[in-house]
Design a protein around this ligand. Structure first.
Ligand SMILES: [Fe+2]
Ligand SMILES: [Fe+2]
Length: 512
């Protein structure tokens, strides 16, 4: 066995006998003859076990034991107390002071050896357990740090995924390219912390060059004059790569390199192609990160995903705009057909469409609603296609039967357009533009808010134009008189809508 043992006894014979026998068993021994010496030796010798007499000069064994425990709360060095006193009493006091065991004088060496070996073995096991425990704690702490790092990375990934999902949704929802570009730039700046981003695009499929359509942190006025070829140079190189490139990379062919160097002068470091169905529609350029750090690989992945969503969104928006212009031409053809029949109301539909659109804009309706109001107003009298020309152009009074036919035009109009998917939303405005707030309108006798806001707007715009136009039976009212007439007829017209048209007249946006 080995270990440091501190022997404390004021009897030199006891010390001598114990020292000799313990040294012969391989222990290192230090001794003390009173309480104070015992504590000093404890501090300098750092024993693995203390054999401590109870009766000592200066400080007794209980006090020494107390102080050992107080100064060494973590080590828990075993203390075996020796006393000639009544064993029961001393044992209790000793245990109370923190001793592990007790031996009554006179003791046999065999007994004390056995106890020392036993306590040292226990202390050794305890020490091993403590060390293992510390190692485990350390592993747990390191594991926890790993766990927290992985957790942070996961949280960031989840946030990236969320923002990407939100962006995809936005880009699918948005039809207005300006809004779409704005959302794209905000996302790139917000998610990647880029210092600058610029988007070059060809909205017209026939264009053979890409122009600047939006960005952030760039000099817009200069970039607006930049044209990048769509077929050669950087475009062709990026289309071939289909991935992000560092503009300063030497691997570019000469024509691409010239354009890359040109873009570097605007503060861009990287370029990325916007490709849909193997065709290059645009390019995105980004500068360095605001914090000057390199882009991490997951940030580049995120950038690729954002650009892919943007490419799809922009292509949808372009197709949507093409479709819009087809709709508008269709509407124009339909409107010219009505006006060809009704000489008296030439220009009426165009003006009603314009007034209704102005009111809808002044009321700050959504872009989509303004579009619906414009379509609805442009088509409001389309049902007159089903009214005989001789009735529409009859110079005299109409008979009740003829009136019946004229009054059918909203319903006929709604039936004409109801099967055209792109005009579906305008159908309600066509059908209800002759409804009145008091329910005395036609064809459905709707009242108040039962009539959609769009239909109420078209009704006001329609009557306003009728009032401000000459008719065979009367001269046109002035703009101001017409407003007075609309205000007088609160049983017919939505006065909130009237107040908007009054304002448009007052500020001169609607003129003769
Ligand atoms: Fe009408
Ligand atoms: Fe009309």
């Amino acid at each position: 066995m080995s270990g440091n043992i501190l022997l404390v006894d004021d009897d030199p014979n006891v010390i001598e006998i114990l020292s000799e026998s313990l040294r012969s068993r391989g222990y290192d021994i230090e001794s003390a003859a009173d309480g104070e010496q015992a504590l000093a030796a404890y501090d300098s010798f750092a024993p693995d076990l203390v054999v401590l007499d109870v009766v000592l000069p200066k400080k007794d064994g209980f006090q020494v034991c107390d102080e050992i425990r107080a100064r060494d709360i973590h080590r828990d060095v075993p203390v075996i107390m020796i006393s000639a006193n009544s064993i029961q009493d001393s044992m209790l006091r000793g245990l109370h002071a923190g001793a592990q065991d007790y031996i009554k004088k006179p003791f046999s060496l065999k007994e004390i050896h056995a106890k020392i070996e036993n306590h040292l073995a226990q202390a050794h096991r305890k020490k091993n357990l403590c060390e293992q425990n510390l190692m485990l704690e350390d592993q747990v702490q390191r594991g926890q740090a790993d766990y927290m790092r992985i957790n942070r990375e996961l949280k960031k990934k989840v946030l990236d995924m969320r923002s990407l999902f939100g962006l995809s949704q936005d880009l699918n929802r948005l039809r207005d390219p300006e809004e779409l570009i704005h959302v794209f730039c905000l996302t790139v700046v917000g998610q990647l912390g880029v210092s600058s981003v610029g988007l070059f695009y060809a909205f017209n499929e026939a264009d053979d060059y890409l122009s600047y359509i939006g960005g952030s942190g760039v000099s817009e006025t200069v970039l607006q004059s930049v044209r990048l070829s769509r077929e050669i140079g950087l475009s062709r190189f990026l289309l071939g790569k289909q991935d992000i490139i560092k503009l300063s990379d030497e691997g570019c062919p000469d024509d691409a390199k010239r354009e890359a160097d040109y873009m570097i002068r605007f503060g861009f470091d990287y370029g990325y192609p916007l490709v849909v169905k193997s065709s290059l529609l645009g390019m995105v350029f980004i500068g360095a990160k605001v914090n000057c750090q390199d882009y991490a690989s997951d940030e580049i992945d995120l950038f690729r995903s954002i650009c892919t969503s943007a490419a799809t969104g922009l292509e949808n928006s372009r197709l949507y705009m093409e479709l819009q212009s087809t709709y508008l031409s269709t509407i124009k053809v339909l409107v010219s057909t009505i006006e060809a029949k009704d000489a008296c109301t030439r220009g009426h539909t165009d003006r009603v469409a314009e007034y209704a659109k102005m009111i809808a804009e002044a009321m700050r309706l959504s872009k989509r609603d303004i579009e619906i109001v414009s379509f609805g107003a442009a088509l409001h009298d389309i049902g007159k296609l089903g009214v005989y020309e001789n009735i529409l152009n009859k110079p005299g009074e109409l008979t009740e039967q003829e009136w019946e036919i004229v009054r059918s035009h909203p319903e006929v109009g709604a039936n004409i357009i109801k099967n055209m998917k792109f005009l579906e939303a305008a159908c309600d405005l066509v059908r209800h533009h002759h409804e009145r707030l008091d329910g005395k309108g036609y064809p459905d006798h709707l009242k108040g808010n039962e009539i959609s806001l769009g239909a109420r707007i078209v009704a006001v715009a329609d009557s306003f134009d009728a009032m401000t136009s000459d008719r065979p039976y009367r001269r046109a009212y002035s703009l101001e008189e017409s407003i007075v007439q609309l205000k007088k007829q609160s049983e017919k017209f939505d006065q909130n809508v009237v107040s908007y048209i009054e304002e448009l007249v007052a500020v001169g946006k609607i003129k003769r």
